[in-house]
Design a protein around this ligand. Structure first.
Ligand SMILES: [Mn+2]
Length: 330
């Protein structure tokens, strides 16, 4: 379905104040869809609160409107208070309520609350949802929502939505890159987006620190199961030594995944004291969302993840490896 469910444009049209939120550690699709949608809503005369849990990294500041993202719960509370009954909460690109972060419960108090997302396995939280796991990105869905609302997308919003689509399709390479995805991208380019501007910011934007981090991460490479599984790691020490943050590790998992024989790439990340986050990327032979679910996580068939507390990277690796081997052997 390329058009949003009927309730959604109707609900948006009649609401004056809208709170937008997305998942923690927001990526290009999360921020791009949020900021693009905010611009579209404001052009309809709505008041919009752009909520993110943490200050956005410099990496995404090229997205128009990123300077208007807000992290303060108090500010949100007063926005909601002023709005009275004329308010709507919307979560974008967020696969489950936990991923809304520590302020999720407060956000979900904004009622009605709508979920717009493309993650497989999203059961829909809040009051209403538009979830389509056949979509490349939430950004693509927001463009269709703008069309359903009869709104012209500004150049600023177009840049945000284009960045969202480019991020989640891996630059138009992944499975869900459909004719419709290109059609939306074409319209965004016609609205004034310069693809080389967006790609330049998303991809040719390294620091030496990031390159050094890459060097350290790649030196941890482990090859298992005759090369079908490749594992890399990042420690907090590596981040400290290179002046990087976890955001700088985004996409590094694609390096082991790009090896021809590799079927599953694993990225172990020390994300906190005794906390290990794991990203999984697969090719055709393995559904890593299933694997992630066994460890309390989730995601898509080819891209999933989970998080474990009170553990070490070695422990997680040793529990995960047999599960992956079993999956690959059947
Ligand atoms: Mn997404």
């Amino acid at each position: 379905m390329m058009t949003p469910p009927e309730f959604l444009p109707a609900l948006i049209r009649k609401t004056g104040n809208i709170v937008l939120a997305t998942h923690v550690s927001p990526d290009g699709d999360a921020l791009g869809s949020l900021l693009g949608f905010a611009d579209i809503l404001e052009s309809m005369g709505k008041r919009v609160f752009r909520y993110v849990e943490q200050e956005v990294t410099p990496f995404y500041r090229f997205l128009p409107g990123s300077d208007r993202l807000r992290t303060g719960m108090e500010e949100l509370d007063s926005f909601v208070r002023l709005a009275g009954d004329d308010v709507l909460g919307v979560s974008l690109d967020c696969g489950d309520r936990q991923r809304l972060g520590q302020n999720g419960p407060n956000l979900l108090r904004v009622r009605p609350f709508v979920v717009i997302d493309h993650h497989k396995g999203n059961n829909g939280f809040g009051d209403f949802s538009w979830i389509d796991s056949q979509r490349s990105s939430t950004g693509e869905m927001i463009f269709d929502l703008a069309t359903a609302l009869g709104q012209t997308v500004s150049k600023e919003a177009a840049i945000c939505l284009y960045a969202a689509i480019v991020t989640d399709t891996g630059s138009f390479k992944y499975e869900l890159t459909r004719p419709h995805t290109f059609d939306v991208a074409r319209q965004l380019v016609e609205l004034g987006v310069r693809p080389e501007f967006v790609a330049g910011h998303l991809y040719d934007n390294f620091t030496f620190g990031r390159l050094q981090l890459m060097q350290k991460v790649l030196s941890t490479l482990e090859i298992e199961d005759d090369g079908r599984i490749a594992i890399i790691r990042v420690t907090r020490k590596m981040l400290d030594q290179t002046g990087c943050t976890l955001v700088d590790t985004e996409n590094l998992i694609n390096l082991p995944r790009s090896v021809a024989v590799v079927q599953v790439a694993v990225f172990l990340k020390e994300t906190g004291e005794d906390i290990v986050s794991v990203s999984l990327r697969a090719k055709d032979t393995c559904d890593v969302a299933e694997v992630a679910r066994e460890f309390g996580g989730g995601g898509h068939r080819k891209a999933a993840g989970f998080r474990q507390s009170l553990t070490t990277m070695d422990e997680v690796r040793n529990r995960l490896l047999p599960v992956l081997k079993r999956k690959l052997s059947c």
